[in-house]
Design a protein around this ligand. Structure first.
Ligand code: TRP
Length: 451
């Protein structure tokens, strides 16, 4: 059996992606999404952006540029779920449910918050000067992003590992308080790609906007050329042998070249290729590698309505998961309809019974069991053994009462639980997609139809 691995990551929309973002995060994420075993959820973390930035134009521009960058880079939106966080109202709703179980002490320990407090203390300010609740609660919002979709793996930079751990912590607490044995939330794991390049910037330090040493990604060829001309090199003259292993220009080249291209460049440097010429080679390489994507990027940027459609489509896919799941979670904490429970009893028998049937029978050992058959006669459930008919009857009644169903998947089958006890099992299905369809059929069969 293979269950697909759900990979989820968010990109905070406060800037324009540069070459380092592309090689370090965007390109590997796009490659990972092509694995047939991956079920990728990639999103624009624009609610997170509001924590760091109060310039609406910059937020808007960045969302557009980041969306266009990922698409131009080859992200296949039919394969992955690509959306804006702010298009999923279930996320802030879940954030509140999680806020109510997250320990304040846990959030006190968040690095980003602590760093701001330390800075204030150092400068003799009030410890909380300039610190918003947004910054403080940031990890809860991030936990909601991750837990909403039950992500298994969360590719992030090292600075985000703590946040993923907090998501586990908060999710576990919720499971414990409201799950009654059921694990609502999957425990996510941070995924740190060791093999992925951290690109050096113009000055050799890590390429980062905060060092002002970046090379633009999809800007004009001229801007890219200008940036490359500012790459710091040593003072060896043309004709003198260069040291490729201590040249960040060479490191940049390698990140985009085939091994054969790198070997060739290396030997040219060893033979004394001048730095000016070396910069030309790097420019040619990047222009070849990125030129096509740059054209796609420019086309996309000029068609914001198309981008909007693509993201709306992504939001729809994401909400198909989020909406029913959040309903379940609302139920779990006690935010339930007043009418469902009482009306259900009356309408269930009449209508739902028509769609699916319970068939009870007695085993040789005298115990009572039942099957639930779908409208087409397919068996959805076979119950466990009950000592008497009355208990078996109560269980079938409860299953039809409209209360949130506790269904647990296991390999290629699933089971149904009531008050922490397994009461019935499904047959084994040929594959997980068929199992999931059967769970869906079960939910429909047991959903009371309103009069
Ligand atoms: N906080 C992350 C960052 O700054 C972005 C982010 C928001 C994220 N929500 C997420 C990453 C969920 C992974 C999963 O890089």
């Amino acid at each position: 059996m293979t269950t697909r691995t759900r990979i989820l990551t968010g990109i905070t929309t406060t800037g324009t992606p540069h070459l380092g973002n592309y090689a370090g995060a965007i390109r590997p994420a796009i490659v990972a999404s092509r694995d047939s075993n991956a079920d990728s959820f990639y999103f624009l973390a624009d609610y997170h952006a509001l924590i760091k930035c109060d310039d609406p134009l910059r937020i808007q521009r960045s969302r557009l540029e980041i969306a266009a960058t990922w698409l131009a880079g080859g992200l296949d939106v039919d394969r992955v779920t690509f959306y804006r966080q702010s298009d999923i109202p279930e996320i802030p709703e879940l954030t509140w449910l999680l806020t109510c179980v997250a320990a304040k002490g846990l959030l006190n320990r968040a690095h980003a918050y602590k760093a701001s407090v330390d800075k204030n203390v150092e400068t003799g300010e009030d410890p909380d000067a300039g610190i918003t609740m947004g910054l403080y609660s940031y990890p809860v919002l991030m936990a909601a992003d991750i837990l909403m979709f039950n992500a298994h793996k969360v590719p992030v930079g090292r600075d985000q590992i703590q946040h993923v751990e907090m998501a586990r912590d908060i999710g576990q607490r919720f499971n414990h308080l409201f799950g009654h044995g059921k694990e609502f939330f999957t425990m996510p794991e941070a995924l740190i790609e060791e093999s992925v390049a951290t690109l050096p910037g113009l000055d050799g330090r890590k390429m980062s906007k905060s060092y002002d040493n970046t090379i633009p990604l999809f800007s004009s060829a001229k801007e890219m050329k200008d940036a490359i001309s500012r790459i710091v090199t040593d003072s060896r003259a043309p004709g003198e042998a260069k040291d490729p292993d201590n040249s960040h220009l060479f490191t940049l080249f390698q990140a985009f070249a085939t091994p054969a291209q790198s070997d060739e460049f290396r030997s040219e440097l060893l033979q004394g290729l001048g730095w000016g010429e070396a910069k030309n080679r790097l420019f040619q390489l990047l222009d070849n590698e990125l030129g096509e994507s740059r054209d796609r990027y420019n086309t996309l940027i000029e068609r914001p309505a198309d981008l909007e459609d693509i993201l709306q489509h992504g939001a729809k896919k994401a909400r198909a998961v989020a909406t029913p799941f959040l309903n379940e979670l609302r139920e779990a904490v006690g935010l339930r309809s007043f009418v469902a429970q009482t009306q259900v009893a009356a309408s269930t028998k009449k209508k739902a019974a028509k769609a699916a049937r319970f068939v009870s029978f007695r085993e040789d050992d005298g115990s009572f069991r039942f099957r639930l058959l779908a409208a087409d006669g397919e068996q959805l459930l076979l119950s466990r053994n009950f000592a008497d008919g009355k208990t078996a009857g109560q269980v079938t009644k409860q299953l039809q009462s409209g209360q949130a169903l506790d269904v647990r998947s296991e390999d290629l089958s699933f089971s149904v639980w009531l008050e922490g006890e397994c009461v019935a099992d499904s047959p084994a299905f040929a594959e997980s997609a068929v199992r999931d369809a059967a769970i869906e059929a079960l939910r429909i069969a047991l959903t009371p139809v309103q009069e």
